[in-house]
Each structure stands twice: as C-alpha cells, then as structure tokens.
Design a protein. Structure first.
Length: 294
C-alpha cells in the first residue's frame, strides 16, 4: 500500500484498494496563452481553479508539470506547488526531473508528495533518488531503460527489478515505489495495450507493488480521445491498475472508475459507487451531462 499526504488530506492506494485518480490537467506546456501569461506574471489562479475542478470531479490528487521554454521551472514550480497546497491541501505529484525546482518546491513542506518520475537510466537514478530519500517522497518508476521502452511485459518487469535494486539499496521503502507500466498511444502502436496490461498483472503478481499509468496517452491522435482513454482505464483496473493520471473533464470518469473497482473487488461492497449514487440523487445539479443514475 502506498500513502501520499498533502497538508490537509491523505490518500492510500495499491493492490486491492480503490483506484486513485490524479488530475493531469496542470500541464503548462499545453495551457492557453492567457494561463501562460498569468504564470509569467507570477500568478497561479487559473491552475488553482483547474485543480479545484479536478477535486470536484473525483480526483484526490493533482500532478503539476511545469514544462515550457518561456518559464523558469525552478522559480515557477515552487509558486504553483505552494498555491495548490494552500488552496486544496491535497496530495501533489511533482512531474519534474529538475532537482533544483523539486528542492525549492519542497522547502518547508510537511506532506508526502509523489515524484513523477525516475526511469531505469543510471543518470536518472543517480540524480533523483537522493531527493526521494531526503524528502521521504513516494516515487513513480517509469519502466524505461537506457535504450528504449521494452515491448514485452517480461522486459518491463526486468526494468522494474533493476530499479527496485537501486531503490532498495537507497533505503526507499517498497511501498513508496510506484511502477508505471507505460501506456502507449494505440494510434501509433496498435496492440500495445496488452503488453501494458500484462505488465500491471506482473507487478502485482511478482512484486506485490503499486502501479500507475498516464491514461491520457491511450487515445492520443484519435478523435474524441477521452472516450478511448476512459475505455483503457476501465479495462486496466481489473488487471492491477492502482492509480491513473486522467483528464478530470472526461465524461462518466468517476462513475465508471467506481464501477470497475466494485467489479474488480477493489471495493467489494461498492461503497464508493453507492456513495456517489446517493450524492447525485440528492443533488441533480451536481450531475455531469449524461451522468444521471435515472
């Protein structure tokens, strides 16, 4: 079981637990010119609103990715991180490989964030593992070696074992290592989904550890992408998906994730599904278009 914490809220996820949805819409590289201008001016209001909207839609954590040539990540990431924490107090995933930006963001922070991510490349492990230890973070381990993304679950499991040897040696608890089985764009790699599903099952079966996917990659390049992303999410949960980076605006996202958890045995009595059902019956105005239970 993996535990993350913000200044006011905690989450737990892992084998046998309900799926954690992480809002992936705070990616600066594809924001509007208005949001970019706001960030250049040192303000974060629009990103905070995106984070708040994600929580309302069922995302219990948020991923922050500051990646733009017009922004200084080491200056911008700490401002955004602080603004999100003050407004929401939820667990935060830091989507960065910039040690200076990470350190500045975490200065004085008392929560337990998720670092997204390390890979099996020696340079990545050498540069980022000391920060994971220093700030007692959980960390996403992307199953990529120094050459490529392996095509098979056996190859990805081998990368996982190599990364695990390094995290074990660094003294990082296994509960704090979350393996990314690698969700590929089906438009460019048809049939790649099965290798990812097999990888999720292997991480659970062979290592007994937590898994994550960036679901937004699934439908890349296809019309109405979020429908494909959602189908991938629902299909992956029974194979061992524990956490997913998602577009919170996806129609039916929360309902179908809860339904998949119920059917997969991650929420055996359907507590989350029933709770959402009752909540939306009490307030019809809270329903997303098409989300009515009637």
């Amino acid at each position: 079981m993996t535990r993350l914490s913000g200044s006011r809220h905690d989450v737990e996820f892992g084998p046998g637990l309900p799926t954690l949805l992480i809002n992936d819409q705070l990616r600066v590289y594809d924001q509007t010119p208005e949001i970019l201008a706001e960030l250049r001016a040192g303000r974060c209001d629009a990103l905070v609103r995106l984070a708040q909207a994600g929580m309302t839609a069922g995302c219990a954590a948020v991923d922050i990715l500051i990646d733009h040539p017009e922004l200084d990540e080491a200056a911008t990431l700490p401002r955004v991180f602080l603004a999100i924490d003050q407004a929401l107090g939820c667990p935060i995933s830091i989507d960065s490989r910039n040690p200076l930006a990470i350190e500045r963001a975490l200065e004085g922070y008392t929560g337990k964030p998720l670092l997204n991510s390390i890979t099996g490349e020696p340079a990545s492990l050498e540069r980022l593992l000391p920060l994971v230890v220093k700030y007692r973070m959980a960390v996403v381990a992307l199953l990529i070696n120094e050459v490529r993304i392996p095509d098979t679950w056996q190859g990805r499991l081998a990368v996982a074992r190599n990364i695990l040897a390094h995290t074990d040696a660094a003294g990082i608890p296994r509960d704090d290592v979350v393996f990314d089985g690698v969700c590929m764009a089906a438009s460019t790699l048809p049939g790649s989904m099965q290798a990812t599903l097999d990888t999720l099952r292997a991480i659970h079966g062979e290592l007994g550890m937590s898994t994550i996917l960036g679901i937004g990659n699934a439908g890349f390049g296809m019309p109405d992408q979020t429908r494909i992303d959602l189908t991938y999410l629902v299909a992956a949960i029974p194979w061992g998906l524990d956490a997913a980076l998602v577009d919170y605006r996806t129609q039916h996202l929360q309902i179908l994730a809860h339904a998949a958890d119920f059917l997969a045995g991650n929420d055996p009595v359907g507590r989350n599904y029933i709770s959402l059902y009752r909540q939306r019956r009490r307030s019809a105005t809270a329903c997303e278009p098409g989300d009515s239970f009637e």
